[in-house]
Design a protein around this ligand. Structure first.
Ligand code: BG6
Length: 602
């Protein structure tokens, strides 16, 4: 996914474009660029890497144009380079694109045959050449943009400027998100509605097939048929990107430490389990099966929640990876089937695709989303806000514990609706979660000590049993995402069926254990590793660590909790461990290589 920002005003727009890109950098940072119109020509500035690099280029030759487009890239076609950086140009035109053009090859061939001179390896560069072809044929920029929207296959949000109409900014959306706004002396457009802050107080959300015409006097939206339309608006919250007073070294560390507040906010908003039910049109007494679908960290939250729906609500539940799920062959749906999609951003294309598949099968879809106003939040049959607040660090932390806390409430609510025993008891325990997470955070110095001992490892293994298995997977993902150490999570009981071959004294093994019904089984698995000189980092409550102190090289204590709380609390030391290992390796923890906060392409 990439980020698009554009502005038309009465003063030079380059500073606004740079600021807009800074806000959208979580969407990709392989290269960045801006283009403006001045003295009748297109001025383009680009740089490989983060927005800082582009700002240095712009500072050395600031464009004076009062209309301009900007882009920060997450590479899909063509490596990160100056020539693959957006905006892409054709004579008299510049465009910025977010998405994937699936028919770019055939379009490129046809356009090259007609004289187009391509500079980049990207799929996006067919857009300006297509527009140029239509306008050379006499079409207006408006018609050209519309025709291009019809000729392209795939997902695309496009912003365009043209020398023919220096007082107009144009945009088109299908698949990838785009919002426009108007205020303070001009128009503005961005991939994320909240990035309009300071330029507009309201964001108009473009729907698929919509195009926008933005001038210094206003905004006009047109649907696919070319009719003038009004679209849903969303209030722009200036606080979302106003987080420059971060007392922590990185956004990720601040977000890890924000978790007790996030949990308190959630338990304050959803006081009793039925409060979450009020958000969604579902009668859990009639639900016959739940399918949970998500990607990345959200998928591991779904995998854990699958256990809870079965345990606390006694309803059959399955979990699926969205990118796989959307292309599966399905048996006819059962009456009473329910789908739950989970997403921090609400814009992950694979999860949106899975949601569309479910809806096409007539299965109601409820969504747990952090970014309200996002595509998933708007298009689900019911949405439960995660209330985690803006998450800037690319590796998800507080959104994960928010997902688990809200999913725990939802599983308890389902259990209550289905008259399952003990729900009140578990709800009472859930009220202690914030304090338990605070206690786990207080153990950070011990985590730092372990990180100092293992941060040069080449690979690591994470194991857990039962509800700690998905947490082990998430721990391994966190480490991979930000430290680039190869790490794998396994079900502890599965290790002896193959992966135990990886055990050696150089490979740290993070073993999650907890007092309770599965302790003895987990302890045996840990001892199997110790028997092969594995370097064990134990994470667990005091009692379980004590019983295994003879085999652990390092140990990290977390408060003791039940089936519901233990997995959430045990995530905290894994987040901190990944953070400090990456910090000690001198890496950019908030903007790790090759990643984006959520991916709006397949
Ligand atoms: C990836 C992010 O792109 O998408 C992960 O790097 C995230 O952190 C995953 O978990 C899913 O995103 P979302 O927004 O759908 O939860």
């Amino acid at each position: 996914m990439c980020g698009i920002f554009a502005r038309i005003a009465n003063e030079p727009v380059a500073p606004a474009l740079i600021e807009g890109l800074r806000r959208l950098e979580y969407r990709g940072y392989d290269s960045a660029g801006i283009a403006t119109i001045e003295q009748g020509g297109i001025e383009r500035r680009c740089a490989v890497g983060k927005v800082d690099a582009l700002e240095a280029v712009v500072r050395s030759g600031p464009p004076a144009g009062t209309v301009g487009i900007a882009h920060t890239r997450w590479a899909t076609h063509g490596s990160p380079s100056e020539r693959n950086a957006h905006p892409h140009i054709a004579p008299g035109l510049a465009i910025a694109h977010n998405g994937i053009i699936e028919n770019h090859r055939e379009l490129r061939h046809a356009l090259s045959d007609r004289g187009a001179r391509f500079r980049s390896e990207t799929d996006s560069e067919v857009i300006p050449w297509l527009m140029h072809q239509h306008m050379a044929g006499g079409a207006s920029a408006k018609d050209a943009m519309h025709r291009v929207g019809e000729e392209l296959h795939g997902a695309f949000a496009i912003a365009a400027i043209s020398e023919n109409e220096p007082d107009v900014l144009r945009a088109y959306r299908r698949g990838s998100p785009l919002a426009v706004g108007f205020g303070k002396g001009g128009g503005v457009l961005a991939s994320d509605p909240q990035a309009l802050a300071g330029y507009a107080s309201e964001a108009m959300i473009l729907e698929d097939g919509d195009s926008a015409e933005i001038t210094r006097d206003g905004v006009a939206l047109f649907n696919r048929a070319g009719e003038r339309v009004q679209r849903q608006t969303l209030a722009v919250d200036p606080s979302v990107f106003a987080c420059d007073d971060n007392p922590y070294a990185h956004h990720m560390l601040r977000e890890i430490h924000e978790q007790p507040d996030v949990i308190a906010r959630i338990l304050g908003q959803y006081r009793v389990p039925s409060d979450v039910l009020a958000m969604v049109p579902v009668d859990f007494r009639r639900v016959s099966r739940i399918t949970l679908v998500a990607c990345g960290t959200s998928y591991y939250a779904a995998a854990l929640a699958r256990r809870w729906f079965q345990e606390f609500a006694r309803v059959p539940a399955e979990v699926a990876i969205a990118s796989e799920f959307r292309y599966e062959a399905f048996a006819p749906p059962l009456p009473g089937e329910l789908a739950i999609v989970i997403s921090q951003s609400g814009e992950t294309a694979d999860t949106i695709g899975a949601m569309e598949v479910m809806r096409a099968r007539g299965i109601p879809v409820i969504a747990l989303v952090n970014q309200i106003g996002s595509t998933i939040a708007r298009e689900a049959d019911g949405t439960i806000p995660l209330l985690a607040g803006p998450e800037i660090g690319v590796a998800s932390t507080k959104a994960f514990s928010a997902q688990l806390t809200v999913l725990a409430m939802l599983a308890l609510a389902a259990g209550q609706r289905r008259n399952q025993p003990g729900i009140g008891q578990f709800h009472a325990r859930l009220q202690k979660l914030g304090d338990m997470v605070t206690a786990a955070l207080h153990n950070e110095p011990a985590v730092i000590a372990v990180a100092e001992r293992i941060h040069n490892a080449h690979s690591m293994i994470y194991v857990g049993r039962g509800s700690l298995f998905p947490v082990a997977m998430e721990g391994a993902l966190k480490l991979k995402e930000i430290s680039y150490i190869h790490a794998e999570g396994f079900a502890a009981g599965e290790l002896k069926h193959g992966p135990i071959a990886l055990v050696d004294p150089q490979t740290p093994i993070v073993a999650l254990v907890a007092s309770g019904s599965l302790f003895e089984k987990s302890a045996s698995n840990v001892r199997e590793i110790a028997a092969r000189n594995g370097r064990i980092v134990l994470v667990g409550d005091r009692a379980s660590l004590l019983s295994l102190s003879d085999v652990s090289t390092h140990s990290l204590t977390v408060p003791q909790g039940c089936e519901l709380l233990q997995p959430i609390v045990s995530t905290v030391p894994l987040q901190l461990l990944a953070y400090h290992v990456a910090r000690l390796r001198g890496l950019d923890v908030d903007r790790p290589r090759n990643l984006a906060k959520s991916v709006t392409v397949e």
